[in-house]
Design a protein around this ligand. Structure first.
Ligand code: C2O
Ligand code: CU
Ligand code: CU
Length: 485
């Protein structure tokens, strides 16, 4: 269909090829000097050039991204230093894929933080172009939020302060440099940031080697193992689990906690264990009120879900495949017996009480398809860093009615910075299982309407909210709020 075809061009028109020679050009459809498109560059269209990597299923073990040790932790603050750098990764056996990385690895190092204990991270930008870092799901002061216009210039360093004054949750960090976030994240600027708190520890959920973050994301490769960005995102049909194609992961016959992240720019995963039970215990903002047994988990771009799988139910030698629909993604091999002292309590953590909403707002995500290239819109306007769309009084609760306002069959996910929200309704009815708990990102499918409430308490300043289909936010599907006293 026509509109579909035009949107396919999204992947082709944003970002610059970083590992291949490229020319920065004035973007089609934008006037020179127009603030929205400043720094916007385009690449060659290479629709459909990807090859399906010839990788035999379940031959490589899934790595677990290493936990970064602080460079310093003497003064009650954990201090880290991470380079933003060009690197290569062995994603396809025997081939080196050029990637962008935090700290040299395609899935960045995992930061393990504790509630109430601040973290400072110095990022050194060794790329040839601006980049930055956003802590997705972090309640952080505006100056450390990685606002799209607040970037680290090449050769410069920047310290981000993370107070960690929030409950335990699986967060992630990724690039947010305006217009280039989609390509930067796609090429590897992503990693886990996990906050643990004392109350959660008391629950005795699986920990240590039995608490495993798994970054799931899509990708498209050329024949040399290069990641193809300039193509229809629908061609990103190769799913990676912690940077590997269909790996296996040996497990003991006991409970595991898996922290699943969908780090794809544009993808809704429908995850299943072939009909076997997965028990969801947490979503974006941390633990659910109670465990929720599921056989299918819907996880849209930027969402997280934590599940407990009890492999003690299966005999040694059992192989359980985690699939996206019918596509195998990862195989768990039950290889050894284990003593399991962990628990899965029947209640976890109640949701916080929200004060009565003072304001109600509409947030409609759509495209302007009238020009040569599509433009992303929120409430009819593309992002303008010089405009405050919503002014919000600190400490108040608001209800936002978030909608997918096109009729062209394109998904969105809606993400809000600085705070977490609760989904009150979906399409006028009850929320879906994947809306449970405290959320920072929610799937807004075609015709979708999601009613959410959030309290804007922690900080003042300017923060963005946007579609987390990063090609969409790159071309303007983003708004700006200012929290004021
Ligand atoms: Cu995951 Cu505004 O970002
Ligand atoms: Cu975010
Ligand atoms: Cu979108």
């Amino acid at each position: 269909m026509l509109n579909r075809r035009r949107l396919l061009a999204l992947g082709a028109t944003v970002g610059g090829a970083l590992v291949l020679p490229f020319t920065k050009l004035t973007p089609v459809g934008a006037k020179e000097g127009e603030p929205l498109h400043k720094g916007y560059h385009i690449g060659r269209r290479t629709a459909g050039t990807g090859v399906r990597p010839a990788v035999a299923a379940f031959t490589e073990q899934m790595p677990v991204p290493p936990v970064l040790q602080p460079a310093q932790s003497a003064t009650g603050v954990d201090v880290y230093k991470i380079a933003i750098q060009n690197s290569t990764a062995e994603i396809l056996p025997g081939l080196k894929t050029p990637v962008l990385s935090y700290g040299g690895s395609f899935v960045g190092p995992t930061i393990r933080a504790k509630t109430g204990r601040p973290v400072k991270i110095m990022y050194v930008n060794q790329l040839g172009e601006p980049a930055n870092v956003h802590l997705h799901g972090g309640h952080v002061p505006a100056v450390s939020d990685g606002h799209p216009m607040d970037v680290i210039q090449p050769g410069q360093a920047r310290v981000y302060d993370y107070p960690n004054n929030q409950q335990g949750a699986t967060l992630w960090y990724h690039d947010h440099s305006h217009h280039t976030e989609a390509e930067h994240v796609y090429r590897g600027l992503h990693g886990f940031y996990i906050i643990e708190d004392a109350a959660e520890k008391m629950l005795a959920l699986p920990t240590g080697q039995y608490d495993v973050p798994i970054m799931l994301r899509d990708s498209e490769f050329d024949k040399d193992g290069g990641l193809i960005f300039f193509d229809d995102p629908a061609n990103r049909t190769t799913i990676l689990a912690n940077g590997k194609i269909q790996p296996y992961f040996p497990v003991a016959a006991r409970k595991y906690r898996f922290r699943l992240l969908n780090a794809s720019n544009e993808h809704v995963f429908k995850l299943n264990l072939g009909g076997r039970e997965m028990v969801q215990i947490a979503s974006d903002g941390g633990l659910l009120p109670a465990p929720a047994p599921l056989t299918e988990l819907v996880l849209a771009s930027a969402e997280r879900a934590e599940i407990v799988v009890d492999f003690a139910r299966y005999p040694i030698g059992t192989q359980l495949v985690l699939s996206n629909g019918a596509d195998p993604v990862l195989r768990f091999d039950v290889v050894r017996p284990a003593l399991d002292l962990s628990r899965l309590p029947s209640t976890l953590r109640p949701l916080p009480a929200f004060t009565t909403a003072a304001v109600e707002r509409d947030v409609a995500m759509s495209f302007d398809l009238t020009g040569t290239d599509p433009i992303g819109l929120v409430n009819g306007r593309p992002y303008d860093p010089n405009r405050i769309d919503f002014q919000i009084k600190q400490g108040t609760t608001e209800i936002w009615n978030v909608s997918n306002a096109d009729t062209i069959g394109i998904d969105h996910t809606f993400h809000m910075h600085m705070t977490h929200f609760q989904v009150l309704e979906r399409n006028g009815g009850k929320p879906l299982p994947q809306d449970a708990g405290l959320k920072d990102t929610v799937h807004v499918p075609p015709d979708g309407k999601v009613r959410i409430q959030a309290t804007f308490a922690d900080y003042t300043g300017k923060y963005v909210y946007h579609c987390h289909y990063l090609e969409h936010s790159s071309i303007g599907m983003m708004g700006q709020m200012e929290i004021v006293t």
